[in-house]
Design a protein around this ligand. Sequence first.
Ligand code: PLP
Length: 372
Amino acid sequence: MDVTRRGWLGLAGMAAASTQASAITIRPMVADPTGFAPAPGIAHLKYNENPLGPPPSAIKAMADLARSGWYYADDAEGRLAAMIGKRLGVPASQVVLGHGSSEVITSAALAWGRRGTILMPALQFDEPLLYPMAQGLSYRRVAMAPDMGIDLGALARAAAAPDVAMIYLCNPNNPTGMMLPAADLLAFARALPPRVTLLVDEAYMELADDPAGSTMLPLIQGGANVIVTRTFSKLFGMAGLRIGYAVASPANAGELKRHRITISLNAPGLAAAIAAWDDGAFQQQSRTSIIAARRVLQAAVAKAGTIALPSQTNFLFVKVANADRFAAAMAQRGILVRGAWGPAWPEWSRVSTGRLPDVERYAAALPELMRA
Ligand code: PLP
């Protein structure tokens, strides 16, 4: 049995609700005997992983480094931060690496959650807040717009409360896949009270239609009170290698570093990330294959006579009769997708792009099972 990462997200249905963790769910293990991959015959389409990775360049780097595994990897950490900073236009000191982007988001929630309340959209990935909640910190959910997008107006109104210290939002969002218009988010960020830090989680940004035009990184270059987080788990296909990062102002980067877990970075993950960062051919191939798989899913959804939200990510949020029954019926056929995200969205099931044959299995089963 494994303890799921995602069981407590049922809370997400509560708009503007105060925080409390629901029970972590237990479900049958679906791993192969090594524990590192799904069992044969299982289509794993529920964690937004990327089957193309890690790239061969990263696999070679990990193999080459294996014998040096007895050293702490501090220098490699500095090297990766410098490479990221160079490409993104900030000094290495403003890049904060983490054990996945989850760690830097958790660090932010720990630091800012002690100063005041954290706001976040009701329908949004929130796992990095689980540990801060266990430490007694809390956050407040803000209702979504009628189209299930993030309601920036409602967030701005909620941010006027004097206790608000941070807003955490994902762009593109998970589980909807939807992207906020860059101009709207820029205007929103600029109008926030100076005491409110905006954390924009860009885990899926490299998969978006126009990453350069949509990212909030330029705000940081301009000194704004904004933190952007990114990850090697999605575009780079390295979810199991656990490397992510934040980009922030010198002051905010310092605050994040003070709240990091000590020596959390692992050498194989760093080696893989350093190799993949400059592997432009792989990144292009990864983006292309994800978009192709997303189109297969979108066509299947249309053919089945249902709808999905407009996604710029490696997953779709698909409308079915009942998401929990749908996920259970899919699981009976060895296809793992997400059930209902919370009580407010019982009809929406998230499916990840995954391996093409797995996506095709989902597409074939959808017309029948969407009525389950
Ligand atoms: N942010 C979002 C929006 C996600 O969907 C995920 C994982 O699915 C993460 C962050 C965490 O990614 P990681 O910790 O692997 O970088």
